[in-house]
Structure formats: structure tokens, C-alpha cells
Design a protein around this ligand. Structure first.
Ligand SMILES: [Zn+2]
Length: 334
């Protein structure tokens, strides 16, 4: 799309997380002109959080420094959403968020059209349009953090499934009678390769006294995937084995993705992927060994390039579609 097609206005984006709100103001090409980050203060409930979201977006718009209004706003929110209705169905880390009509409320408060998307889908769209998946047509995005989320872009379009529940790659079942997953099942990819899973394996190793460097680094603090990574870098064999095991599980999940979707790109984001090669190498080895050749030889597997902005940028680029569509409708009418 060129700039003329959609005008030269600004698009707002709000990435709502359990702990922080990230707002961006971008132009039609996705160039960032204003940023605001503030704590969500989720305990204050949906009404207060919605006001904070608008305050945050307003601050980002002030930073953008133009006395003009936003053309559209995109909101990325955790948990299941109803895309058609524009509601957050429920959000695990946001108390009181049950069937909140975010699109209606934000559009009212900001005074422009709004769109709502699940955060992993938004991040997939962000990486597809502006990040590591640029030029792709069939992209699968995975975020590996405390959990494992996913988003699918198939044939150039975000694929949401029959009722918005598609892309839950973290819940591919891998191990019968494996560790309990947040979803209630056992042995899901998320229960084996997420930050939570890595930390759980680390606690098991610490309990046996098998990880001296990890024990020293963790001290009295609860062990995290980050600590396991650092211990592995410093040569802790148990920590290295935990990371390697998580990477191989991740690779088996990716193998399923490669075989089912035949994507041209898989993009891996989320905090745990900051461990980079340590997870990526065993994961890629699994894909190489297990995936079907035709699909395997075509796919590029890369780390996300937009960092913690992929969700907000994706939401902005989805909101841009509202503006482009409106321009087209107007042209048809005249
Ligand atoms: Zn699960």
C-alpha cells in the first residue's frame, strides 16, 4: 500500500498487558512517532484500566507532537476475544474483564474507529507486516514467555478459526502424562518449553543439588528461565540440559506447525526467546530431523525483530485496514 492510498494520518495502538500498557502512535507506514508505557494497575478493574489506556494513548499522541486526531485505534489484549463483537471475553491476568466491549468503549472515548485483536494474533500481524516476516505470505508466530501463544497468517490474512480460538500452538499435546499445563491438560508444548516449564525443571534440578552455578545465581530468589539461561552460559551442565530439553520440545512443536501449515516463515518472539541460539539450535535440529522434507526445506525460522512492540505495531497495522477500507468505500460511493 502506498501512502496516498490511505492518506497521511496517524494510527493509535494500545497493547494491554497484565502488568503494563504500551501505547504507540504510528503513521500509515508503521513508523513510530509517539510512545507511552505505564503500569496497567489491573487490580483497579476494567473501567479504570480503560481510562488508563486512553490516557496512555493520549500521552503517546502528545509525544507525536501533532495537533491532529487519530484516524483509527488498534487494541491488542490478552486472552480470548470476540473479534466480531469487539469484546474481551476474558483475560486471565486482568481481574473483572469478562465480556468487556473494548471496541465500543475505546472508539467512544478516543472518537475514531477502533479494532480489537488477541495479543498473539496482533504480534503475528506486526511481524508479518513490519518485522521478521516481511515479504512472507504464510507465517506462523510463536511467543515463548511465561506461556506459549501463537498467531497464524495464512495466505496473507490473519486466520482466527471458527470462533477466534485458532493458533493455540502452546497447547499442542506432546507428552502423554507430561507435566500439567495451565489449560488443565497434560504434556502440552507450553508445559514443556515455556518460561514457566523451564523454571519448574530448574527447581527440580536445584532440589537434587545438581545445579551449583544455577543455585548460586538464583540465591534466595525464585528461579526464572532467565536465571537458567545465565547459569547455562556460565557452564552449569544441568541448566544447559534443561535449556536443551526445552529447545527440543519447542522443535517438536515447530515440526507439527511446519507439517500442518507449510508456512514460509515461522517467527519466534517472547522473553524466553532472548536466550536465542541456546533454544533455537536444538529446536532447529528437531525440525531438521523430524519435519516432512518438502515443507521443511521451504520454511525460514527466525527470531522476531520488533521486540515488545510487535503486538502494538500489529494492532496499529490492523487498525490501518479500517482507514484503507473507509477510503475505498468512499471512493466507490463517489
Ligand atoms: Zn495446554
Amino acid at each position: 500500500m502506498d501512502v496516498d492510498e490511505a492518506g497521511t494520518g496517524l494510527i493509535g495502538a494500545i497493547d494491554l498487558g497484565g502488568t503494563k500498557i504500551l501505547s504507540l502512535v504510528v503513521d500509515m507506514l508503521g513508523e513510530v512517532h509517539g510512545v507511552d508505557v505505564r503500569p496497567t494497575e489491573a487490580h483497579r478493574g476494567p473501567d479504570a484500566v480503560l481510562r488508563r489506556m486512553v490516557e496512555s494513548l493520549t500521552a503517546a499522541l502528545v509525544e507525536a507532537g501533532r495537533g491532529m486526531k487519530l484516524e483509527a485505534v488498534g487494541v491488542a489484549a490478552p486472552g480470548p476475544i470476540d473479534f466480531e463483537q469487539g469484546t474481551v471475553v476474558e483475560a486471565p491476568n486482568l481481574p473483572g474483564w469478562s465480556n468487556v466491549p473494548v471496541v465500543e468503549l475505546i472508539a467512544d472515548m478516543v472518537g475514531c474507529p477502533a479494532i480489537l485483536e488477541n495479543d498473539a494474533n496482533a504480534a503475528a500481524w506486526g511481524e508479518f507486516t513490519l518485522g521478521a516476516g516481511r515479504g512472507s505470505r504464510h507465517l506462523v508466530y510463536l511467543t515463548v514467555s511465561t506461556g506459549i501463544g501463537g498467531g497464524l497468517v495464512l495466505d496473507g490474512r490473519l486466520y482466527r478459526g471458527a470462533n477466534g480460538a485458532a493458533g493455540e500452538i502452546g497447547h499442542i499435546p506432546l507428552v502423554e502424562d507430561g507435566p500439567r499445563c495451565g489449560c488443565g491438560a497434560r504434556g502440552c508444548l507450553e508445559a514443556l518449553a515455556s518460561g514457566t516449564a523451564i523454571a519448574r525443571r530448574a527447581r527440580e534440578a536445584l532440589a537434587t543439588g545438581a545445579a551449583p552455578i544455577l543455585a548460586r545465581l538464583a540465591g534466595d530468589e525464585p528461579v526464572t528461565a532467565r536465571t537458567v539461561y545465565e547459569a547455562a552460559v556460565q557452564g552449569d551442565a544441568a541448566a544447559q540440559a534443561i535449556m536443551d530439553e526445552a529447545g527440543r520440545h519447542l522443535g517438536r512443536g515447530l515440526t507439527a506447525v511446519v507439517n500442518v501449515f507449510n508456512p514460509d516463515h515461522i517467527v519466534l518472539g517472547g522473553g524466553v526467546m532472548k536466550s536465542g541460539e541456546m533454544l533455537l539450535r536444538p529446536a532447529l535440529a528437531e525440525v531438521q530431523a523430524r519435519a516432512l522434507r518438502l515443507a521443511r526445506d521451504h520454511v525460514q525460522i527466525a527470531l522476531a525483530s520488533l521486540g515488545d512492540r510487535s503486538g502494538a505495531l500489529g494492532a496499529a497495522m490492523l487498525a490501518r485496514e479500517l482507514v484503507v477500507r473507509a477510503v475505498h468505500v468512499t471512493e466507490e460511493e463517489t
